[in-house]
Design a protein around this ligand. Structure first.
Ligand code: AMP
Length: 223
């Protein structure tokens, strides 16, 4: 099973992706996390990706498709995996289809109002060392400005600054939203209300996934 999370930036894809990964034993693949690591380490790929990321634009399809292609070939992905932030447009979705066309998939679009997204993204802080994510409104660190896990400094992502947030939302509407129609047509699409508590949203995602996994097992058994 491949679980694809396609909500807008700030909708909670990363958090829900971790929860899904832990419960079902699927690795979470976040193209954003992989790209940020490449940028932090100053690799040639990171250097290519940085300008687009800083401005809130998408990194080129060739780069991200190649990253995902390599990652899903790892043995830990054989049973399934969760994609967080990929695909971001129809061309990437087609790239994924070419890589692994016959894997069962389920797509969850975590939806939230624009006002809530902007407020969440503006309040997000991340640990510069281990990447743990906090929110100044809802998920406070125990000590101001310091990570609970490794005590390192919390920073605001460059692309969580106001001007860049606006650009990322524009890019989402223009490039990523068309995926809704694409996956509705494939009959694998589910809309999830991202407004409630983390646990309630995860319960909804889990119940859909449990149902789909049972259905898939029945299909596999009948083959
Ligand atoms: P995220 O952490 O998912 O919000 O991603 C942060 C940034 O990484 C995005 O604004 C893009 O610049 C880049 N990025 C992440 N995933 C993709 C993708 N699938 N396609 C293109 N760019 C991506």
């Amino acid at each position: 099973m491949r679980v694809i999370l396609i909500g807008p930036p700030g909708s909670g894809k990363g958090t829900q992706g971790d929860l899904v990964g832990n419960k079902y034993g699927y690795p979470k693949i976040s193209t954003g996390d992989i790209l940020r690591l490449e940028v932090q380490e100053g690799t040639p790929l990171g250097k290519k990706a940085k300008a687009a990321m800083d401005q809130g634009d998408l990194v080129s399809d060739d780069i991200v498709v190649e990253i995902v292609k390599k990652r899903i070939l790892q043995p830990d992905c054989s049973k399934g995996y969760v994609l967080d932030g990929f695909p971001r447009n129809v061309s990437q979705a087609q790239g994924l289809e070419e890589m692994e066309g016959n894997r069962a998939e389920i797509v969850m679009n975590i939806s939230l109002t624009e006002k809530a997204l902007i407020s969440r993204l503006s309040a997000r802080r991340v640990c510069f060392r281990c990447g743990a994510v906090y929110n100044l409104l809802a998920r406070h660190p125990k000590k101001d400005g310091l990570c609970d896990v490794c005590q390192s400094k919390l920073i605001q992502r460059q692309d969580d600054r106001p001007g860049v947030i606006k650009e990322r939302l524009k890019v989402y509407h223009r490039q990523t939203e068309p995926l809704i129609g694409y996956y509705k047509e494939k009959k694998v699409y589910h809309r999830i209300d991202g407004e409630g508590k983390i646990e309630a949203i995860f319960d909804e995602i889990s119940s859909i996934l449990d149902r789909e996994i049972i259905l898939q097992e029945e299909v596999d058994a009948a083959r």
